[in-house]
Design a protein around this ligand. Structure first.
Ligand SMILES: Cc1cc2nc3c(=O)[nH]c(=O)nc-3n(C[C@H](O)[C@H](O)[C@H](O)COP(=O)(O)O)c2cc1C
Length: 170
């Protein structure tokens, strides 16, 4: 079975809860290993051919602080040959000009470091003005909004994980 590493950062717990729901949808900790980036180092990324990266956007368009701390060290990781999927937590009403920017910032960097992106997600069903996470009219990963659309999160995760299982070949 392919090993998947899910790396998340969180400030107020939403992204951690989402990470746990994604893990459960994949079938549990035998399939997906969770890493809180507050305790992670570049070496932790090495053994995974498939990665899932989760980051909420904070402080108007910025990375969550633990991701901020790891950002420069990501340069030490060889992402070539790795398939990487992204998800983010954000607030499309309160921060409509920066909705999910963090997901876009991490995807840009990790792609430059050689990763292949999987798990794009449509922008239908969201209402925002601008986002660094939109590439060619779609989100670079799964956009979740616990502040305004928590009732949609469960179904969005289910659909996205179905898509990812195909992409990861499991
Ligand atoms: C001060 C502050 C700034 C925020 N800035 C943004 C932002 O720029 N873009 C966005 O999409 N969400 C923004 N958010 C919303 C958070 O990303 C959202 O509440 C998220 O669910 C938090 O996830 P966490 O609990 O994993 O930290 C902001 C929230 C606060 C309180």
């Amino acid at each position: 079975m392919t090993k998947i590493g899910l790396f998340f950062g969180t400030q107020t717990g939403n992204t951690e809860a989402i990470a746990e729901a994604i893990q459960a949808e994949f079938g549990g900790d035998g399939v997906v290993t969770l890493h809180d980036v507050a305790d992670a180092s570049p070496d932790d990324f090495i053994g995974y051919p498939c990665l899932i990266i989760g980051c909420p956007t904070w402080n108007i368009g910025e990375l969550q602080s633990d991701w901020e701390g790891l950002y420069d060290e990501l340069d030490e990781i060889d992402f070539s040959g790795k398939q990487v999927a992204y998800f983010g937590a954000g607030d499309q009403v309160g921060y409509a000009d920066n909705f999910q920017d963090a997901m876009g910032i991490l995807a840009e960097k990790i792609t430059e470091l050689g990763a292949t992106t999987v798990g794009y997600w449509p922008t239908d069903g969201y209402d925002f003005s601008d986002s660094k996470a939109v590439h060619n009219g779609r989100f670079v990963g799964l956009a979740l909004d616990e502040d305004n659309q928590p009732e949609l999160t469960g179904d969005r995760i289910k659909a996205w994980v179905t898509q990812l299982k195909l992409a990861f070949g499991i």
